[in-house]
Design a protein around this ligand. Structure first.
Ligand SMILES: *Cc1c(COP(=O)(O)O)cnc(C)c1O
Length: 395
């Protein structure tokens, strides 16, 4: 027998990235690559750029795409907005803000961190205070993770914009929307975001492999003035009509065919409908967690109910729980793949992703598989699936 026997039916992928690929995306990618002079290459790139700007709700920013993941987009931001030795502020959200801060320091930049309170969104007042304290305006940018995929908490970008303005500080506002774009409303221009960054494998329903940033003219000017030695990530070099320069070499064509198809799916469904679907499915998951929590063992990691993300839910487990064993029962016996706790939450939580190409039947199937796995593992749970069904029946 093969060590990897065929799975009957489908395995439900409920990690918060990668997410399931729609058939239209898979089909769009299963084509031969093209020679770099083929006008179809440029047409595909142009469609992806227009679509990304529409999804980001920007008419002023330019997009730069990289054959990279979200960490590549992080690196692109760091290399362009601050010189070596210069300072950025990283707003504390937990694991993802800390990973970004560590990467920023590894690249020779200084980092000011605002404190993180477990289970709570970014503290805009702490950002304002840190910027007021920076009387010499040495902080070049504020890095904010919109949805922290480890904690399942979404922060208020508008409040951060107001905090920066209240402090009368010129720092750029950079939003990491890797886990929220395509799932939650995001209006880059109206929010006054100078740089937004994303990746292909979460709400965008594409395979991993493309990271991207959108930079407005103010951010581009800062990049242009920045003396930091860089090449692959350099927005100034990538601002070109030639696709080979835009991508600093060969574009990741098949991934971009997939992205064109994915964006078309989003626009065909309609952005408001996509966001409403995510909000509804998130409420179904939250209802299930409330039901499970009645038995006293499980709970929400996100303490502020209003800040619970529409993309991923982080569920705390009692001390001593073997989270890996729980995940493995869910995956191997019930065909539901979910995620574990990250960073400080390792062993303390598991996560259910509910973003991208997902519908009520899929979410109920996933919740049922998770509930069964919890019971197999002897973790006390109340009726979660029933609550989710009732919520969907009422909605
Ligand atoms: C997934 C994620 C990243 C990192 O993306 P990779 O593709 O894994 O490098 C960064 N920020 C957020 C908010 C994420 O969810």
């Amino acid at each position: 027998m093969s060590p990897h026997p065929r799975i009957p039916g489908r395995r439900f992928l409920h990690s918060p990235g990668p997410t399931p690929l729609p058939d239209a995306v898979l089909h769009a990618m299963s084509r031969q690559p093209m020679d770099l002079g083929d006008p179809r290459v440029d047409a595909n790139i142009a469609t992806v750029e227009v679509g990304l700007k529409r999804l980001l709700q920007t008419t002023v920013a330019e997009v730069y795409l990289y054959a990279a993941n979200g960490h590549g987009a992080w690196e692109a931001v760091v290399e362009n907005v601050a010189d070596i030795g210069q300072t950025v502020l990283v707003a504390g959200t937990g694991h993802f803000s800390e990973s970004w801060a560590v990467q920023t320091e590894a690249l020779g930049r200084q980092v000011v961190r605002t404190p993180w309170r477990e289970g709570w969104p970014i503290d805009s007042a702490a950002i304002e205070q840190a910027l007021r304290d920076d009387t010499g305006h040495t902080i070049r940018a504020v890095f904010a993770v919109h949805t922290d995929t480890a904690s399942g908490v979404t922060s208020d970008l508008d409040a951060m914009r107001r905090a920066i303005d209240a402090a009368r500080h010129p720092a750029l506002l950079v939003a990491d929307v890797v886990a929220s774009l395509g799932a939650a409303p995001f209006d880059m221009d109206a929010l006054g975001i100078d740089v937004a960054l994303g990746a292909s494998q979460k709400g965008l329903m594409c395979p991993p492999g493309v990271g991207f940033v959108a930079a407005n003219p103010r951010a581009f000017a800062q990049a242009e003035a920045n003396q930091a030695p860089r090449f692959y990530w350099n927005w100034v070099l990538r601002k070109s009509e030639l696709s080979y320069r835009k991508y600093c070499g060969t574009p990741p064509q098949n991934l971009l065919f997939g992205m064109e198809a994915a964006l078309e799916l989003i626009f065909d469904e309609g952005m408001p409908a996509v966001f409403a679907r995510h909000a509804l499915l998130a409420r179904a998951v939250h209802a299930a967690v409330e039901g499970w929590a009645e038995a006293g063992a499980l709970g929400f990691f996100a303490q502020d109910a209003a800040a619970r993300s529409v993309s991923v839910t982080t569920i705390t487990v009692p001390p001593g729980t073997d989270v890996d064993a729980l995940r493995s029962v869910a995956r191997e016996r019930y065909q539901v793949a979910m995620a574990g706790g990250l960073g400080p939450l390792a062993g303390r939580a598991f996560r259910i992703g509910h973003l991208g190409d997902c519908n009520p039947a899929m979410i109920l199937g996933a919740l049922g598989g998770v509930e069964a796995a919890l019971r197999v593992q002897g973790i006390p749970v109340g009726d979660g699936v029933g609550r989710a069904v009732r919520l969907l029946a009422a909605g």
